[in-house]
Ligand binder design. Sequence first.
Ligand code: TXA
Ligand code: MG
Length: 325
Amino acid sequence: MRVSLEQAIAELKQGGVVAIPTETVYGLAADATNDSALRKIFAIKQRPADHPLIVHIGDINQVQDWVTTFPDVAIALASTFWPGPLTLVLPAQPHVSRVVRGDEPTVALRIPKHPVALALLTQGGLSVAAPSANLFTQLSPTTAAHVEAGLGEAVPVLDGGACDVGIESTIVSVNADGQWQLLRPGMISEQAIAVVAERAAHPHVPAATGGDAAQPIPKVPGQHALHYSPRTPLLLFKDRASLKQENERLQLAGLSCAAMLLGDGDVPNCPHVNLPNSPDKVAELLYSTLHDLDAMKVDRLLVELPPNLPIWLAVLDRLSRAGYR
Ligand code: TXA
Ligand code: MG
């Protein structure tokens, strides 16, 4: 069910949930100060209760309502990248809902860049917790139609068009001493974070992710090995030749497939989407392409991986959680 901005604000104030657009992915929003509203998010998503949620705020001055300390490095990062696809995890004030925190001593905050999300937060005077508006472990939505296909028509959706970043925000935790750590890669790179953080003269705790998507997944609540996955089994390939070889093998076995390729070219007898060979474009189109390929109901999805380079880290992270090598 589509709703207007005014209806969305009213619904959220009454303790309801509404799917809202952000620049990254659509979020399933509820008033971040209302525990019974927040529990509805977990129920609809079928998400485990110990997974913390990101609180979306409309103004940097609201940070102090949520945290015990806002270290210089976090101020520098927020001033540089907000509104935008950066989430900061900071020490939480004791009053912050345990439902939002997933019982962690910290709270995750971000100011989204999408004009509709910002209008909702500022006009409504709201702070909303919003995980991606999909069922737990499934593909994140980047359009209102994806939300409806995944969660059903009963969930109110505020349509703000297609998301232009396309994958979830970069998450950085900052402790009271100003030490920071990358918890989830996103389109704001670790290098870009480091440049701003170093200017604020604060140390970096080496992250478990580093520059290599093949490294172990960091211990972050709510990050699962298989996440962001389509219903169709998805296979990942380091190069076009091995993808084509697998396609031939599948054809011989009588199985159908569809492929996502980087750059030009084709795969015999296999419908495919050619994405432009650019990290920003692939991120923007990644989930919508996977949603489209999934809807074809073939036996296997074959995905060509981008090179293992830092600029591709966030896309590699999402793909490695969506399928198998
Ligand atoms: O781009 C995004 O971040 C989107 C849009 C809607 O804003 N939201 C999103 O939410 O990706 P979600 O629930 O899918 O991911 C939230 C993740 C959690 O799974 C967890 O890894 C991390 O944020 N997180 C949240 N609070 C945390 C905390 N207190 N400590 C550590 N990690 C936290
Ligand atoms: Mg999610």
